[in-house]
Design a protein around this ligand. Structure first.
Ligand code: GLN
Length: 305
């Protein structure tokens, strides 16, 4: 077996100094303050080992990685009927694009673009009487860490700059695909995106996917093996928006990115891996995060392919 610690130490040393080539997200003002020289890597195996390099215990906001958790929360209760409201095809457009929604009658291409995630959170609000608490409870349980919270400053900053997400929500409401109150939806959505986690937490939080739907921290089954397979397939094809094909090509793992600079990915039956570096590329994905993950799967000679 590869020496994971040696591999990630080398990646940290070689990739870390490349950081000036990318800048953090600025359309959410509080994210623009992130220090682009931060760089963390964490691996957690199903056997229980943890390996880290860099600033793996610094918290940051997980942003769109939260879409995986809210989708799992909704899919486990709604089953297949979730696919009536949201598709499972790559969009080939930016994460916050409006263009397809009008042509496709308000049914988003997949749950990981903003439009799809807004539909999922709208359903979550219908299903869970205290949605924000339920989201925190879920994330805490899959991470095995009771100390995970929203970053209210980041949530407020996003709420004050939410025009595009509001436009998506209103457009979908006009097609009947958003059911509830839009202000409530935006509040819950901005809170879920603001969840503050470390790179170590993030690696731990994807272990239930590596374990095909079972939470390794308390043994409960969250998703059926079939639901876990499907969620992984949608991550592989849609988790990085219009860069999903390139991510699959370079890294070869199902995963999800966020504009906070985090990426979480996993190898079924084996391990989860998370990286964090706030500088983004043109697709809104962590530039060095992808570089690090590409080197990781290449160096260990293993991926899902
Ligand atoms: N909160 C961000 C938004 O809605 C999440 C986007 C992302 O991480 N790609 O714009």
């Amino acid at each position: 077996m590869a020496d994971y610690q040696q591999v990630i130490d080398r990646i940290y040393t070689e990739v870390g100094p490349m950081w000036p080539k990318a800048t953090p997200a600025s359309y959410i003002p509080a994210l623009a303050e992130a220090d682009p020289s931060r760089f963390g890597i964490a691996i957690r195996t199903l056997a229980g080992e943890t390996f880290t390099a860099g600033q793996a215990d610094t918290p940051f906001s997980i942003q769109s990685i939260s879409k995986v958790f809210t989708f799992a929360m909704v899919a486990r209760l709604l089953g297949d009927s979730i696919w009536e409201s949201v598709g499972r095809e790559p969009s080939g457009t930016a994460f916050n694009s409006l263009v397809q929604l009008e042509y496709e009658q308000g049914r988003p291409r997949n749950p990981f673009i903003n439009a799809g995630a807004l539909v999922v959170t709208d359903r979550l609000i219908e299903l869970y009487p205290r949605p924000k608490e339920a989201i925190l409870d879920f994330v805490r349980s899959v991470t095995g860490n009771p100390d995970i919270y929203f970053d209210n400053r980041i949530a407020r900053s996003e709420l004050n700059a939410a025009d595009r997400n509001l436009a998506l929500a209103h457009l979908m409401k006009s097609f009947g695909n958003i059911h509830g109150d839009i202000d409530t939806l935006m509040d819950v959505y901005c809170c879920q995106c603001s969840i503050s986690m470390t790179t170590i937490d993030l690696a731990r939080s994807f272990l239930f996917l590596a374990d095909r739907g079972v939470n390794p921290f308390d043994g409960t089954r969250i998703l059926t093996p079939s639901q876990a397979k499907r969620l992984g397939a949608v991550m592989l094809t849609c988790g990085f928006y219009d860069e999903s094909g390139d991510f699959a090509f370079r890294v070869g793992l199902p995963g999800k990115s966020g504009v906070g600079g985090g990426i979480a990915a996993y190898m079924p039956g084996n391990l989860s891996v998370a990286v964090w570096c706030p500088g983004l590329n043109a697709y809104g994905n962590s530039l060095l995060g992808i570089e690090a993950l590409e080197r990781f799967t290449t160096d260990i000679g293993n991926s899902i392919f």
